[in-house]
Design a protein around this ligand. Structure first.
Ligand SMILES: O=C(O)CCC(=O)C(=O)O
Length: 178
């Protein structure tokens, strides 16, 4: 990517066995909820489900998520204080173009994003040229790390795709705002 963003992909950062075990732990323990958001004059279901774990969260770290946090901290040299889970039940779930705005309050922001389950397209585009879309298929065990000014200058999404039947759970490890 160009100088105003830093996004890296580690294919198979978790091997299949570890990714399967992590997915099983999350399915067994996470309390997923579907939010409703106001759109114009009505409330609509957000097309995905959420859960979280973390230092100061209602749900504490579970063992395998904690082990991933430790390895990701070693890889990135960053301390992560919570993780958000997005559950895309199938291809009718997705997330529209956005950037992760809470990083505004962090010096040297780093987001570690791990895919479990179904393969989905992860798209990026520069805010200065929204027609230029970079797309990568992220697979079970793949890790994407977004650093620095990426959120300031780029947006990302997981586009809906009716052909996809399987569930994907994405983990984004995040820092405590200062
Ligand atoms: O599921 C993904 O890969 C992206 C998640 C995302 O955009 C977010 O948590 O802000």
């Amino acid at each position: 990517m160009s100088g105003d963003g830093d996004v890296r992909l580690w294919r198979g950062w978790l091997d299949r066995e570890s990714a399967d075990a992590l997915l099983a732990e999350i399915r067994a323990t996470a309390a997923f909820v579907q939010e409703r958001r106001k759109m114009y004059d009505r409330f609509v279901d957000v097309p995905r489900e959420h859960a979280s774990q973390g230092d100061d969260r209602e749900h504490p770290w579970t063992p395998l998520v904690l082990a991933v946090r430790r390895d990701l901290e070693a890889l990135t040299g960053t301390r992560f204080s919570y993780v958000l889970f997005n559950r895309y039940r199938n291809g009718r779930d997705g997330v529209a173009w956005h950037n992760d705005s809470e990083v505004k309050y962090i010096r040297g922001p780093v987001i570690g994003s791990l895919t479990l389950g179904a393969t989905r397209a992860f798209d990026l585009r520069p805010k200065a040229d929204r027609k230029r879309i970079l797309s990568v298929d992220v697979e079970h065990g793949d890790l994407v790390v977004m650093r620095g000014a990426t959120q300031e200058h780029w947006e990302h999404r997981v586009v809906k795709d009716d052909r996809i039947a399987g569930e994907r759970i994405n983990l984004t490890f995040r820092q405590q705002p200062e």
